[in-house]
Write a protein that binds this ligand. Structure first.
Ligand code: FAD
Length: 289
């Protein structure tokens, strides 16, 4: 399959990206290309122009800023998975990115591309939801910050405007007494998450002070499992308490239509989701001890 014709530009700076977006309405940004290029080749996307942002070195890498970590949008999954520093700063991101696809995908795919693409079966949106991340975007009117709860709107749909570039993903540093883990049912062909559950727990004196739990692969966007979280607030984090709280994930899914396909029906996903929540919580609790 060949893509329809498009104009190609390689931008050297964010300012140049802004100028190119203004001159080329409807243009697509190209990061790692692992989602965009298949869409172009299948002609599911036919932008008049493609703006390659891959040469903008300032957008790659991460650094600590006080209590937060600022991750440039071009940081690859492999950069995050293989970094001992990230393992200290935020082990959930190391774990999740290490489970994405295969080495080729991890070497090319970027955090910015993954979240801007907003595939419901992607892993990072679920982890970033549990972490309470925020996103920094630059557009014609300057920069703005978008909280994770307002960012993912639906299948391939985010709060980003078509003339904005996502520049950074910001997550909190891991705290003392905190544990975090991700449990995933990978599709055997693509490795995308049939179900993904991310958990962050804050533990003091053996009791869970608060928990943040997110689920992916089930509806059109990542969702917080608020009933699970409420059940764990000020609760012991033993096997029984975790199992009881995880069972409430079914209620968190509510009446919303779940995704389903020939590999895993909606009913199946609903039935097994609590066991992934339980696994993520169990490992997060072990880490916090
Ligand atoms: C075989 C295969 C297996 C995979 N398995 C998994 C998996 O197990 N789990 C998982 O989570 N993902 C998986 N992926 C997806 C992978 O994680 C890609 O990294 C991700 O989908 C897109 O990242 P990218 O950098 O390649 O973005 P691109 O393909 O370059 O871009 C994707 C979209 O995001 C937009 N975009 C990119 N960067 C920006 C930006 N900075 N600002 C605004 N818009 C931007 C583009 O315009 C495009 O619309 C898989 C992909 C493949 C091909």
């Amino acid at each position: 399959m060949f893509a329809a014709d498009f104009d190609y530009y390689a931008a050297e700076s964010i300012t140049e990206v802004m100028q190119l977006l203004e001159r080329n309405p409807g243009a697509s940004l190209l990061a790692g290309g692992h989602s965009l290029i298949p869409l172009l080749k299948l002609r599911l996307s036919r932008p008049p122009a493609v703006i390659d942002i891959g040469r903008i070195g300032a957008l790659r890498g991460f650094r600590r800023q006080g209590p937060e970590i600022r991750i440039g949008c071009l940081t690859t999954h492999a950069d995050l998975a293989g970094s001992p520093t990230m393992q200290d700063f935020c082990p959930l991101l190391s774990e999740v990115t290490g489970l994405i696809g295969d080495p080729q995908v991890r070497n090319r795919g970027t955090i910015g591309g993954s979240v801007a693409h907003a595939e419901p079966a992607a892993d990072l949106p679920t982890a970033l939801t549990a972490l309470g991340a925020s996103f920094r975007a630059t557009g014609p009117r300057g920069q703005r910050s978008i909280g994770v709860g307002d960012f993912f709107l639906g299948v391939f749909e985010t709060a980003l405007e078509t003339n904005e570039i996502l520049t950074d993903v910001i997550v909190p540093m891991k705290q003392e007494g905190q544990g975090m883990a991700y449990a995933k049912f990978p599709h055997p062909a693509s490795r995308f998450a049939v179900i993904g559950a991310a958990a962050v727990v804050n533990v003091q004196d053996g009791r869970c002070q608060s928990a943040s739990v997110a689920l992916g692969g089930l509806v059109t966007r990542p969702i917080r499992a608020s009933r699970v979280e409420q059940a764990l607030a000020d609760s012991p984090l033993n096997e029984a308490a975790i199992a009881e709280a995880a069972s409430l994930a079914i209620e968190d899914l509510g009446d919303e239509d779940l995704l389903g396909d020939v590999f895993a029906s909606a009913e199946y996903r609903r039935a097994v989701a609590p066991s992934y929540v339980r696994e993520a919580l169990t490992r997060a609790a072990q880490q916090a001890r």
